[in-house]
Design a protein around this ligand. Structure first.
Ligand SMILES: Cc1cc2nc3c(=O)[nH]c(=O)nc-3n(C[C@H](O)[C@H](O)[C@H](O)COP(=O)(O)OP(=O)(O)OC[C@H]3O[C@@H](n4cnc5c(N)ncnc54)[C@H](O)[C@@H]3O)c2cc1C
Length: 564
């Protein structure tokens, strides 16, 4: 049994930022993570982090761009907080030692990004997430914050509307243990593995979403899944938006710069928001103007080697090593791939959820700053702005909570139940997780992808129900207790199934097209009926999620038609 004031699950940018803030606020903090911190997926972020730093720029413009990007369903109150606090947080990162790229005059450099009306994306070459993750981890080490790495959290213990801590498996030994805490923060990242073609790491299986959902916390706006327009066709590896920010051009097989020439975004062209560019690419391919593997071409050859080496060094390596294409000499084939979850664990701007003592932050959370479509460079920003706030708030609440209200024995009882569940998984003779996992990933890509229809969504719903029935008989074949990946993947599959079901149900119910949610059978945005957030509640093992709806917070920006 372990006991801490504030327990943070997840050691990506969000978890580490929350840990530093909670520690600075005087709490005894610990982090539990299934990966070593610097292997977290934040390290894969390439392009940059947004902040209105320059005199000519204004955080109000950043707020407006974000609201418009969200297709007016992002809540304007947290968007204002995020964009107003952005410059301080970016300067704070710099003061902590983050190696930003520089202008000639040595100021932090900024580049254009999709959907932004000003070049306000700060960056560290094309390794921004890597630099951020390492900077934050150094801060955690410096403060001596306890990190339990390679521990897989299996459950959140909630009783009488209060969180008491989590249960987790030590992946090195296979031992299940309990962690009691006055405040628990989930910073467990995204869920790209619900899809077959994704930019996300294999560890991004939506565990935190599923655990919180089963514990009674609603999943907000899960139908809004971002597909990034430039991923490598064979692997799903991301080719950063910075390529287009720096002037990269998209062509179809007729040599047309289709974003302009086919009228998808007559003003912004390649720098329209991601939902707009992804749809345009797929239409080009469907209408026969694409290349092999359903791709279009991203051309950087006019940059010259020196510029690519300086600004986009990682892209050179990725395209050469994983696609066998040299961007200095030839265009890169690209297609849309699942990239980001706009929705997540419903929480407020302090990370607070409907369960006392339970917080969420980062990609796993839905503070509702991205709405129906996230702008590139706003996710890393969300981690640091709301990571800080959640950490501070959790520390304050933890100091104020009487330790009697948290019950370590409840967590220990649940740990015993988890031991039994795992023993059962390891002693059966049923189906292997890999069979079910692949089918779900395929159906989600095919039927719950960029374009959706009622018929397709219903097919996906049936397939997921069937997969859930088969999962009841799932068995772990590997009996070892040390780094048993068969066991972890089996546990992760339950998360994938839960998340797939919530996405599909939420998407089926939303009979309109908005941002990344694009229905062939309801092609218009419908503010009269759908200017609202979906809240999906867990209704039991064999039940569909129960859907409720919440109002969108509109302050200064009234919804209007979006064009780029
Ligand atoms: C390829 C790529 C490029 C991107 N580029 C940009 C960009 O340029 N700019 C931008 O703003 N955004 C970008 N994004 C988005 C952004 O990087 C992510 O949204 C963000 O890094 C997520 O951070 P996080 O801390 O929430 O989660 P992560 O960094 O994914 O960390 C999640 C943590 O949770 C832990 N965890 C998960 N489940 C469990 C469990 N069951 N038990 C214990 N621990 C668990 C993991 O070990 C990990 O430590 C990019 C995303 C991708 C995939």
């Amino acid at each position: 049994m372990h006991k801490h004031d504030v327990l943070i699950v997840g050691a990506g940018g969000a978890g580490l930022r929350a840990a530093v803030a909670a520690h600075e606020a005087g709490a005894d903090v610990a982090i539990v993570s299934k990966l070593h911190p610097v292997r977290s997926h934040t390290g894969a972020a390439e392009g940059g982090i947004n902040a209105a730093l320059k005199d000519e720029d204004d955080w109000h413009d950043h707020a407006y761009d974000t609201v418009k990007g969200s297709d007016y369903i992002g809540d304007q109150e947290p968007i204002n907080i995020m964009t107003r606090e952005a410059p301080n947080e970016v300067i704070n990162l710099e003061n902590m030692g983050m190696a930003f790229s520089r202008e000639e005059d040595k100021r932090v450099a900024q580049r254009p990004f999709g959907g932004l009306s000003f070049p306000r994306t700060t960056y560290a070459s094309d390794k921004t997430g890597h630099m951020l993750l390492h900077t934050m981890y150094e801060q955690v080490l410096k403060r001596g914050i306890t990190v339990y790495d390679e521990w897989y959290v299996t459950d959140l213990v909630v009783e009488n509307g209060r969180a008491h801590g989590v249960t987790a498996i030590d992946l090195q030994t296979g031992r299940v243990d309990s962690f009691a805490a006055n405040a628990t923060i989930f910073a467990t990242g995204g869920m790209g593995q619900v899809y077959e073609h994704t930019t996300n790491a294999v560890a991004n299986t939506g565990d935190g979403l599923s655990i919180a959902y089963r514990a009674g916390v609603p999943m907000e706006d899960m139908e809004f899944i971002q597909f990034h327009p430039t991923t490598l066709p064979s692997t799903g590896i991301l080719i950063t938006e910075a390529c287009r920010g720096e002037g990269g051009i998209l062509y179809n097989n007729e040599g047309e710069r289709f974003m302009y020439e086919r009228g998808y975004a007559p003003n912004a062209g390649e720098l329209a928001s991601r939902d707009v560019v992804s749809r345009a690419e797929l239409i080009e391919v469907q209408e026969g103007r694409g290349f092999e593997q359903g791709t279009v071409h991203l051309d950087l050859t006019h940059f010259g080697e020196e510029k690519i080496e300086e600004r986009l060094a990682q892209i050179l390596e990725l395209a050469r090593d994983f696609e066998g294409v040299d961007p200095v000499e030839e265009p890169i084939p690209v297609k849309p791939g699942q990239h980001y979850t706009m929705g997540g664990i419903a929480c407020d701007a302090d990370g607070k959820t409907n369960v006392e003592g339970f917080y969420a932050v980062g990609e796993a959370a839905c503070v509702s700053v991205h709405g129906a479509n996230r702008l590139g460079g706003n996710a890393l920003l969300e981690l640091v702005v709301f990571g800080k706030r959640a950490g501070e708030h959790a520390a304050k609440a933890s100091a104020g909570s009487s330790s009697a209200s948290v019950s370590p024995s409840k967590v220990e009882v649940r740990a015993e139940e988890e031991r039994e569940r795992i023993e059962e998984l390891m002693s059966g003779t049923g189906v292997h997780q890999s069979e079910i996992r692949e089918e779900v990933q395929e159906i989600m890509t095919e039927k719950v992808g960029v374009f959706r229809t009622e018929e397709g969504l219903k097919e996906a719903r049936e397939a997921i129900q069937d997969a859930k029935r088969r999962y009841e008989d799932v068995t772990v074949k590997d009996s070892s207790s040390t780094f048993n990946t068969d066991l972890t993947q089996t546990l992760e599959l339950r998360s994938i199934l839960d998340v797939a079901e919530v996405i599909t149900e939420s998407a089926l119910a939303r009979t309109e097209s908005r941002g990344a949610h694009s229905r062939d059978d309801y092609t218009e945005r419908n503010d009269d009926d759908w200017l609202k957030h979906t809240m999906a509640h867990y209704a039991g093992e064999n039940e569909y999620p129960r859907l409720e709806y919440d109002d969108v917070i509109i302050e200064e920006y009234e919804p209007k038609e979006r064009s780029y």
